[in-house]
Design a binder for this molecule. Structure first.
Ligand code: ADP
Length: 472
């Protein structure tokens, strides 16, 4: 009678509206939390990559401009040296400048003469000098202009310092790099200075195009980096999010599983307390329910503890040599009564004569195989058969638990190893099964460097295969 009331109470539709609302809110919060973390990660990644790329771009720009500057200075120096040698070979004072061969200085214009622009076809070594905005100036020791050649910029200062290399500007603010070399006569007396300079206009134009290319390249790279960092941070967050969701799901499932027996105990006790008087029979019935549910709770809690221990103690598991024949014989002995009660034929098929030894934790291996046999008997109708086969496949020991039971649909065969998953929850629940058995089994198999798999056909039967590395 008590149990009837309890069943009615337990079959009430669950009052989950407020819980559901909280769950939904939490779910949204979780999503926001992960989106924010993803955004933060992407911004940091993009920022760091952007800074690195910008520094790299600045470095490349600096290297290009420096290399170009060095090349130009080398050109100026070699043109100046060639002119210096030619002038010193033919002239030793300002009046002899007209003797300099016209192939070398075709457009030399002496001070006081009126000259128009540079000549177009200069010869030999100085040819390059005329092609690239060069000017040539010869000034005497007092700083007076004696002769000019090449381009003729307006308003150039003559000698601004004693430094041979100078950067000077003309009236329009155009920059020139200039080298000054002393012209000496036979007695090593300086009679004039040869100034050779070059406009930086084309160099500035070139640098400006390099700057633009680098800037556009940098912006494109930044856009790509931003997109990539968003994608990568999403990829990085995915496993964290998945394991977070799994933990959340696991906590919810565990809470749900714990709530069921607790609700049953509470409903039972409340229903008895509500009675005006309690007969001895009712009291006993209540205690039986409470006892059954408490056992269920205890087994659930110990399963949960074992799972968490298996997760955290994978490496510290104490292992000793275990004989598989012994374990299987013990299991058959323990399950024989249950098999008889369920009218199932339980058989052993040892296909190896020598004892098969594995390195493992005997208690855990026993538990794993016991669960496989227990499931096989539970999900096989009366009159069926469960066989435990033991054989050796090279370096692997194989324990096959096959039954002629209800079988498992192909789409559910992978799911049955998930925590709390039950194909037929009502049936498994009635048998007091929580859906943790195979999850624990797989964790134990993994902790022993083995594997647990299933092949099954609906209505025909299932075969669970446990493979473990053999010790000898
Ligand atoms: P449970 O505690 O419910 O037995 P398990 O993790 O051991 O949990 O099994 C998960 C589910 O896999 C079971 O609920 C059952 O539906 C299915 N299952 C396990 N073994 C068998 C079997 N031998 N035959 C058919 N179904 C099985």
């Amino acid at each position: 009678m008590v149990w009837d009331i309890v069943s009615t109470l337990l079959n009430r539709p669950p009052v989950t509206s407020s819980d559901g609302l909280t769950d939904m809110k939490n779910d949204k919060l979780d999503h926001r939390l992960f989106r924010q973390s993803r955004l933060r990660l992407a911004v940091w990644y993009g920022g760091v990559m952007g800074t690195i790329l910008t520094l790299l771009g600045l470095g490349v720009y600096r290297a290009i401009s420096h290399a170009h500057e060095v090349t130009i200075d080398r050109e100026i120096a070699s043109a100046a040296d060639a002119l210096h040698d030619a002038i010193e070979a033919t002239a030793s004072n300002p009046t002899q400048l007209s003797r300099v061969p016209s192939q070398l200085l075709p457009d030399l214009c002496l001070a006081g003469e009126s000259c128009i622009g540079p000549v177009n076809s200069p010869a030999s070594q100085v040819q390059d000098a005329y092609q690239y905005d060069y000017y040539i100036r010869i000034v005497d020791a007092a700083g007076q202009l004696i002769a000019t050649g090449g381009i003729r910029p307006e308003g150039l200062p003559v000698l601004t310092s004693s430094d041979p290399w100078q950067m000077i500007q003309d009236e329009q603010g155009q920059e020139y790099h200039q080298v000054a070399i002393a012209l000496e006569d036979d007695s090593q007396e300086i009679w004039a200075y040869l100034l050779v300079g070059r406009s930086f206009q084309d160099f500035d134009r070139y640098l400006s195009s390099v700057r633009w290319s680098l800037l556009i390249g940098l912006l494109l790279a930044l856009a790509l980096v931003t997109a990539a960092s968003w994608l990568l941070s999403g990829l990085a967050m995915r496993p964290i999010y998945q394991s977070y969701s799994q933990i959340q799901q696991f906590t919810a499932d565990a809470a749900h599983e714990l709530r069921t027996p607790l609700a049953a105990i509470r409903a039972t006790v409340e229903s008895v307390l509500g009675l005006p008087s309690v007969s001895e029979e009712d009291a006993k019935e209540t205690l039986v329910v409470v006892d059954r549910q408490t056992r269920r709770l205890t087994s659930l809690v110990s399963d949960l503890l074992l799972l968490s221990r298996l997760d955290s103690e994978k490496r510290t598991l104490v292992k000793v040599p275990c004989c598989l024949q012994d374990i299987i014989s013990d299991i058959v002995e323990e399950m024989a009564a249950f098999a008889i009660r369920e009218e199932i034929a339980l058989a052993i098929d040892f296909q190896t004569l020598t004892p098969l030894m594995v390195l493992g934790n005997e208690e855990q291996l026993y538990r794993l195989m016991l669960n496989l046999v227990n499931n096989a008997i539970t999900y096989t109708p009366a009159g069926g058969k469960v066989t435990i086969t033991l054989k050796r496949e090279q370096q692997q020991a194989q324990i096959l638990v096959s039954d002629t039971g209800v079988g498992i649909a192909p789409e559910q065969q992978a799911k049955i190893f998930d925590r709390f998953y039950r194909v037929d929850a009502a049936r498994a629940g009635q048998a007091g099964n929580s859906g943790l058995g195979l999850a624990i089994g797989q964790a134990i198999a993994k902790a022993h460097h083995g594997s647990l798999s299933v092949t099954s056909q609906l209505g025909i039967g299932s075969k669970f295969t446990l493979s473990l590395p053999v010790l000898l």
